[in-house]
Design a protein around this ligand. Structure first.
Ligand SMILES: Nc1nc2c(ncn2[C@@H]2O[C@H](COP(=O)(O)OP(=O)(O)OP(=O)(O)O)[C@@H](O)[C@H]2O)c(=O)[nH]1
Ligand SMILES: [Mg+2]
Length: 377
């Protein structure tokens, strides 16, 4: 037997006490923060049986290694290391589903949330009066002083949009600090989006007012170590979530982005065709073929960068993905032309036939790209 896995004297007896609260901590490059957070949680929950689950998306800084170190010394700590996936919402969902206490909290690793509020949040859930307790920056007593003006404005705008468009009654639906009864969470989990940054908004919007929510104020502090993971794509994620919830999940952000990239591809195709014809005097069939190849390539690059950024292909996988994408799109083109022909046969209206063919093509390309090119590993 390997020495490293043989039980040694340091092996500790299994804890007989079931946790009353599971704390889920999504992490990406938070190596320098996890020890401090763990110590603070331990101090906060003195006397309350708890477990803490770090969900790390294979951080390049090796956050998962630090968490493993903690887990070896304390069985209340666990590490979920996800490979080939990125995303805050998905990490939180996976963490809560892997937890075992009747209540689960989500808290950032960078110590911007006030962990000393957790026992109070737990007591509120245990009172049986509430299903969800939100740590709120936007009610009396709460604040987000660490925000600069630009970020404060963006956060407030998004909060207003969420409240009005999705009729969400929570003052701070964008908070990343909350605690929920796990039975309620498990009911909602199948409808939640794993893409994006706004898990609480998703939970509240998906529940359609069925959750009994309590908000408690807290002060959003400044990040202890490391860098923010917020980027301009967060706005896109947010819009995608609003749209998905508005349309009962019929329209997904991914599909919209895919279709948008497809439209850009059409412009690229026509521009290449024109340049090939006018500048290089290439015969039409060759120019048309060049347009198609350039458009497919640029669509692939944009989709890899934007539509599937959480599953972005890297290294050699890019080449393999590109070849598969060419194949998928070629079949999509045949499907497009086939449908357009048969519609035109029934009803000789050029734009109707053209649109039906294009729709068929984009749906085919989208479905097959998800299955074969950017498939979940
Ligand atoms: N597992 C996982 N965790 C993530 C991901 N993106 C962010 N996180 C974690 O989610 C928490 C919130 O991310 P932050 O970058 O701090 O976002 P923020 O608090 O809104 O932004 P700052 O105020 O700039 O820190 C942190 O604990 C991050 O490590 C991700 O893709 N996967
Ligand atoms: Mg943060």
């Amino acid at each position: 037997m390997n020495e490293a896995i043989r039980p040694g004297p340091e092996t500790q007896p299994q804890s007989a006490v079931a946790p009353r609260i599971s704390v889920v901590v999504p992490t990406f490059n938070e190596r320098d923060n996890v020890n401090t957070l763990y110590r603070r949680l331990e101090a906060t929950f003195a006397g309350i049986p708890f477990e803490v689950i770090f969900v790390d998306d294979n951080s390049p800084d090796g956050t998962w290694e630090v968490v493993r170190g903690l887990a070896r010394a304390d069985t209340r700590v666990r590490c979920i290391r996800r490979i080939g996936r990125r995303g805050l919402s998905g990490a939180c969902i996976e963490g809560i589903l892997a937890s075992s206490a009747p209540c689960a909290a989500v808290i950032d690793a960078d110590l911007q949330h006030d962990e000393t509020q957790l026992p109070k949040m737990l007591a509120l859930l245990q009172s049986g009066e509430f299903d969800l307790v939100v740590g709120s920056r936007y009610i009396e007593g709460g604040s987000a002083d660490s925000f600069n003006r630009q970020r404060a404005g963006a956060s407030q705008l998004a909060t207003e949009v969420a409240k009005r468009v999705l009729r969400v009654k929570v003052a701070d639906p964008m908070s990343g600090f909350f605690m929920i009864r796990r039975d309620r969470f498990e009911q909602l989990a199948p409808q939640l989006s794993t893409q994006g940054f706004k898990i609480l908004l998703d939970i509240v919007a998906t529940a359609h007012g069925e959750l009994r929510v309590k908000e408690i104020p807290f002060t959003f502090g400044t990040r202890l170590h490391g860098e923010s993971k917020l980027d301009s794509m967060v706005a896109l994620d947010f819009l995608g979530l609003v749209l998905a919830k508005l349309t009962n999940d019929i329209v997904s952000l991914r599909f919209l982005l895919f279709a948008m990239v497809g439209s850009i591809g059409l412009v690229v195709h026509l521009a290449t065709l024109k340049i090939a014809l006018d500048v290089f005097s290439v015969p039409f069939p060759h120019a048309q073929a060049a347009g198609a190849v350039v458009a497919m390539t640029s669509n692939f690059i944009l989709n890899n960068f934007l539509t599937y950024r959480d599953q972005r292909l890297k290294g050699f996988a890019i080449l393999r993905g590109l070849l598969l994408f060419y194949l998928v799109c070629s079949v999509g083109l045949v499907a497009n032309v086939g449908v357009a022909f048969s519609v035109y046969d029934q009803e000789p209206i050029w734009w109707l036939a053209g649109a039906a063919g294009a729709l068929m093509g984009v749906v085919w390309n989208y479905a097959m790209s998800g299955l074969f090119v950017w498939r979940k590993r």
